[in-house]
Design a protein around this ligand. Structure first.
Ligand code: C2E
Ligand code: MG
Ligand code: MG
Length: 575
């Protein structure tokens, strides 16, 4: 029996020893707090050997970071529970102060009085660093080191609470760089990132102390302004002033390596206040809606949120969803509007797209072209239009009465800027068998804002194959005459805005006259669009324009009606 019990106690000793030698630091003191035992991990963590420590008290580890109250609480906890645990800052042998998680337990003898204390501890440095890193990753943007959207939300919640307490207002500004996607596409993300960093620095320089600048996503930033005046007019003026400063700062040129980039930005502002503040979620959503509105006007604008915007945006969301579905399901068709020459001879048609909506009926481009451009769906839609128009052109060339007709197709800037645009057009021509000499692509002046060399190169390649180019809506855009001279154009199309009141406003007639003589000097055909009356046509003819398109001749028509019109002797087209 006694052999068994002595074997058991040897076994227990072994277990206790193994338990003591863990990766956690351990030390044992007697009831007077004299260290009587430490393990190897104690030395690894603190730098003190057993020899350094034995006979001393744990005070040798003190960092001086805690006051008397802290230790009083520690001892009180220990006495009443027999155990204390918590975070404590201690000092290593080399002087480093570090956080540890410490657990002290009393050991009592058979008389129930304390004979020893054991302490177990972990170095929390690594854990704290990991914690910091995690906090950084989840609350800060790594490219700019600015707070990210999570961080902004947390700070906004505090700001909203502050508004209630301090009876003040605050503002959240959403800032978006206009057309930044185009820059990224042209120069690559590496250069784009440099611009983003520069923008972050400029924004940080604009704000007041205590304001938050955050990077939300891609090219979107936010500024949170707190402690604005309680007076709505003053608070609005404070936010407006900040927004204008930001516009100014960001609109200055950026130099990235050899690239000089100049761009504008748009800003949506939402003022929040106590009482009417709602959640942080809706405060952010309203700023975002205001930004959308600022961008919709073409950018470079500041827009303040107004409640009625929510319904407008909701309607747009619905429209966008059903438009995406329409593109996927191919709910489009083309109408053809005659283009005439002289007294009314039809020389061709302009293909105009329509959306055959399942419940709304026929929807016109004014409703969806902008949406198609914003969502990028214009590329797919434009390709479909080109394909169908070329099929029709090929079909016309098989019949003598239609073989001479030209086909004008509108091409959006985004579509034209696609790297495979030329290849796409050529492959459509090849697939459909349409004659390139009868195809006319209508471009607008917005195309010539950026990458003019690339545009000229693409136009030349297509023009060498016989394709014609018409400059649509001419007179309302940005073209300089210098641009025009470089472009292999065939036709100028006077914008219908000048034709509408050409008989009333002499200035419109003067512009039309100028475009006509400009065309003549550059050997370009000039066509007037939006001709609605005989008088308009006659005046244009008098000014030297002999090609027309407009309701006076015919509205855009479905293909069967267009072909009927070709044969009708009563049509003004055949007068
Ligand atoms: P646009 O290319 O300038 O086309 C002329 C627009 O003027 C057409 O409107 C046409 O119906 C309208 N119009 C023609 N004659 C008259 C007239 O005498 N009076 C009045 N008030 N209007 C007249 P639509 O079909 O609604 O197209 C509007 C715009 O949508 C087009 O202007 C064009 O910019 C765009 N669009 C149409 N189809 C396409 C397409 O397939 N691709 C692209 N990218 N844009 C297209
Ligand atoms: Mg057009
Ligand atoms: Mg036009």
């Amino acid at each position: 029996m006694s052999r068994v019990s002595s074997e058991m106690s040897a076994q227990e000793m072994l277990i206790a020893e193994a338990f003591f030698e863990s990766s956690e630091g351990r030390l044992v003191t007697d009831d007077q707090q004299i260290i009587v035992k430490v393990n190897a991990a104690f030395t690894t963590i603190t730098g003190y050997t057993a020899q350094d420590a034995l006979g001393k008290t744990p005070k040798m580890l003190a960092s001086g970071q805690h006051d008397g109250v802290f230790f009083r609480n520690l001892w009180q906890g220990l006495e009443s529970n027999g155990l204390w645990q918590g975070e404590i800052w201690n000092k290593k042998k080399n002087g480093d102060i570090y956080p540890q998680w410490l657990c002290i337990t009393e050991i009592k003898n058979s008389q129930q009085s304390v004979s020893h204390y054991t302490s177990t501890f972990n170095d929390l440095t690594v854990l704290k660093e990991a914690d910091k890193k995690i906090e950084y990753l989840s609350f800060y943007d790594q490219l700019t080191d600015l707070p990210n959207h999570h961080c902004l939300r947390v700070r906004l919640k505090k700001a909203l609470a502050n508004c209630v307490q301090n009876q003040c207002k605050g503002a959240i500004l959403y800032i978006g760089l206009d057309h930044f996607r185009l820059f990224n596409k042209n120069f690559g993300h590496l250069q784009g990132d440099k611009i983003i960093k520069e923008v972050a620095a400029r924004l940080s320089a604009c704000v007041r102390e205590g304001d938050t600048v955050a990077r939300l996503d891609g090219d979107e930033f936010a500024v949170l302004m707190e402690h604005l005046s309680e007076d709505l007019t003053v608070a609005t003026a404070q936010a407006e002033e900040m927004a204008q400063n930001i516009l100014l700062a960001l609109n200055k040129c950026h130099q990235v390596d050899h690239i000089v980039y100049s761009s504008t930005c748009s800003i949506g502002v939402n003022l929040f206040e106590s009482g009417r503040m709602g959640s942080s979620q809706s405060a952010l959503k309203h700023a975002d809606l205001a930004l959308l509105k600022a961008k919709a006007g073409g950018g470079n604008e500041v827009y303040f949120f107004q409640p009625q915007m929510e319904s407008v945006v909701a309607a747009r969301v619905v429209l966008e969803a059903s438009f995406r579905e329409a593109v996927a399901k191919g709910q489009f068709l083309l109408h053809y509007q005659p283009q005439t020459e002289g007294v009314g001879q039809i020389i061709g048609a302009e293909a105009l797209v329509r959306w055959q909506h399942p419940t709304l009926g026929l929807v016109f481009p004014a409703v969806f072209i902008e949406l198609a451009e914003e969502t990028g769906l214009i590329v797919r839609l434009g390709q479909w239009v080109l394909d169908v128009a070329c099929q029709q052109l090929a079909l016309w060339s098989t019949r003598p009465e239609t073989a001479h007709l030209t086909m004008a197709v509108n091409v959006s800037a985004m579509q034209f800027h696609q790297t495979d645009f030329v290849a796409t057009v050529l492959s459509v021509l090849e697939r459909t068998g349409a004659d390139p000499f009868l195809l006319k692509l209508e471009l607008t002046e917005s195309l010539f804002i950026s990458n003019l060399d690339d545009v000229v190169c693409k136009m030349r390649t297509l023009s060498n194959k016989g394709i014609k180019f018409s400059l649509d809506d001419f007179g309302v855009g940005y073209s300089s005459l210098l641009h025009l001279k470089r472009l292999p154009l065939d036709e100028l199309k006077i914008d219908q805005g000048f034709i509408k009141e050409i008989l009333i406003h002499p200035s419109d007639a003067a512009i039309a006259k100028m475009v006509i003589s400009l065309g003549a000097s550059m050997r370009l055909t000039v066509i007037a669009e939006g001709v609605e009356t005989e008088q308009q046509r006659d005046l244009l003819a008098l000014l030297g324009c002999h090609s027309f398109q407009g309701y006076f001749f015919s509205r855009p028509l479905p293909i069967d009606q267009f072909e009927e019109l070709l044969l009708k002797p009563t049509s003004p087209c055949l007068q």
